[in-house]
Design a protein around this ligand. Structure first.
Ligand code: HBI
Ligand code: FE
Length: 278
């Protein structure tokens, strides 16, 4: 059912509830949808060994996120639930912040149910089912990361209450979406925005142009980010435990300290930044 408000047409998903959850509509996917998934999956899977962290690779393997077509959320949720208590719910796209955080706080990952068009193979602004399933869901099989994302959801609800959403959204962006992690064998990717992007999976580890800065919570929560191009800086954690420990405390004093501080430009490099060499 579509209502037209003034000039814009607001497509109201008929079965959307207050939490914006809809049916995935797996049976409605056509051959083209599955063919786009297969192409994206094959191209990205080839890139991941040697680039994505071990927890991601094991999660992808254990989820059996099959190359043969868009997976069924219910089936994946059974596997995910057994591993870390998370489930996947279908949503029509980006949902309001408080709805998003509420889902995460209750271990539900909201995954978009549509897939990009052929002309969007290399880039699309809004997360589609490939970004959400291939990018986010495999790491949710890892207990420490699963705990972190639930803590992020709880923190988001609090940040909303304190008017500090911008600071917390930066943390999500520079960790969950574009985070790098240091390993014996070198830097590895854990960020979903990178893992689901063909170009950025290579760029983030090999290009000399972006800054790679050691994880620093206040620095990250002060730094703006771009949503329309490769990142100009990446933040590197030593371990998921480091990330989990750093974000365990109550953020209220952090938000107070950040109040009124000017944002740091994505490409800026500060004297106190500890640069990580590739
Ligand atoms: N909604 N479906 C969906 N997926 C997201 O990743 C998402 C969202 N709404 C808000 C949001 N992300 C971010 O703006 C918050 O992390 C701040
Ligand atoms: Fe995402």
């Amino acid at each position: 059912m579509t209502e037209t408000e003034g000039t814009t047409t607001v497509a109201e998903a008929p079965e959307a509830r207050g939490d914006h959850v809809i049916e995935q509509g797996w049976a409605e996917y056509g051959e083209l949808d599955h063919a786009i998934w297969r192409r994206l999956f094959e191209r990205q899977s080839k890139l991941m060994p040697g680039r994505a962290c071990g927890e991601y690779l094991r999660g992808l393997r254990d989820l059996g996120v099959a190359a043969d077509g868009i997976p069924n959320f219910e089936r994946l949720s059974e596997i995910l639930d057994r591993a870390t208590g998370w489930r996947i719910v279908a949503v029509p796209g980006l949902v309001p912040d408080e709805v998003f955080f509420q889902h995460l706080a209750e271990r539900r990952f909201p995954a978009t149910n549509w897939i990009r068009r052929p002309e969007q193979m290399d880039y699309l602004q809004e997360p589609d089912v490939f970004h959400d399933l291939f990018g986010h869901v495999p790491l949710l099989m890892s207990p420490v990361f699963a705990d972190y994302l639930q803590a992020y959801g709880r923190g988001g609800l609090k940040a909303l209450g304190l008017g500090a959403l911008k600071n917390l959204a930066r943390l999500y962006w520079y960790t969950v979406e574009f985070g790098l992690i240091k390993r014996e064998e070198g830097l590895r990717v854990y960020g979903s925005g990178i893992v689901s992007s063909h170009g950025e999976s290579v760029y983030c580890l090999e290009s000399a142009s972006p800054n790679r800065i050691a994880f620093d919570l206040m620095r990250i929560m002060s730094t703006d980010y771009r949503i329309d191009d490769f990142q100009e800086c990446y933040f590197v954690i030593d371990s998921f435990d480091q990330l989990f420990e750093a974000t365990r405390p109550d953020f209220t004093p952090y938000y107070q300290a950040l109040e009124g501080r000017p944002a740091i430009e994505p490409g800026a490099l500060l004297a106190e930044d500890r640069l990580i060499e590739i």
